[in-house]
Design a protein around this ligand. Structure first.
Ligand code: AMP
Length: 213
């Protein structure tokens, strides 16, 4: 199964990708996670991406597509995956289509997570993630048992640099301008399933699973 998860920042793509990954036993492929790891490891890719990410800007399409070309060739991704955070622009979608052909992959579904903006702003400003294992929490709806400590691994919880209020507004603007047109792009390819993503994690997962075969 090859799935794209599309939706604004804070719509739950990362959380739902992790759930789907367990359910279908296929890996999540998150460009945001790969880039954050590259920054932490201070690799050449990390150095190129750091400044864009800090300011909530998109990393240039060529860098993302080169990263995807290398990533899609890895054995781990040969039996399906859930794309989370890619594509984010029309050129990325077109580039990805070429890469799917090159790597002989077939897109099954694009799930569009629909959430209203006010809800997103609330979610993103209370989002925290584990600096060690990447587990995601929400201080209001899914807090850790002990303040600032990850339930899963005991790591410390941090607020992503790009989840600060000014950056959130900027990221939403970019989403509206550059990423939202992709819904139409994939509708033309007849692979879109729209999901009401306003509920809690379990409700959204139920909506997704009942929409998929
Ligand atoms: P995410 O974790 O998906 O919210 O991504 C966090 C940040 O990583 C974004 O705000 C961008 O700066 C960068 N990023 C992740 N994926 C992409 C992508 N496909 N294209 C451009 N930038 C990306």
């Amino acid at each position: 199964m090859h799935i794209i998860l599309l939706g604004p920042p804070g719509s739950g793509k990362g959380t739902q990708a992790k759930k789907l990954s367990k359910h279908y036993d296929i890996p999540q492929l998150s460009t945001g996670d790969i880039l954050r790891e590259a920054i932490a490891d201070q690799t050449a890719l990390g150095k190129k991406a750091d400044d864009f990410m800090k300011h909530g800007k998109l990393v240039p399409d060529e860098i993302i597509l080169e990263l995807m070309d290398e990533t899609l060739a890895l054995p781990k991704y040969q039996h399906g995956f859930i794309l989370d955070g890619i594509p984010r622009t029309i050129p990325q979608a077109e580039g990805l289509e070429r890469l799917f052909e090159k790597h002989q992959l077939f897109l099954d579904y694009t799930l569009v997570l629909d959430v209203d903006e006010q809800l997103i702003i609330g979610r993103l400003s209370s989002r925290r993630s584990c600096a060690n294992c990447g587990a995601i929490y929400n201080l209001k709806t899914h807090p850790p048992q002990q303040e600032n400590v990850c339930d899963k691994c005991g790591g410390s919880l941090i607020q992503r640099h790009d989840d600060q209020p000014e950056t959130i507004h900027h990221r939403l603007e970019i989403y509206r301008e550059q990423t939202e047109p992709l819904i139409d792009y994939y509708q033309k390819r007849d692979v879109v399933i729209r999901i009401d993503a306003a509920g809690n994690i379990e409700q959204v997962q139920k909506h997704i699973l009942s929409a998929l075969p």
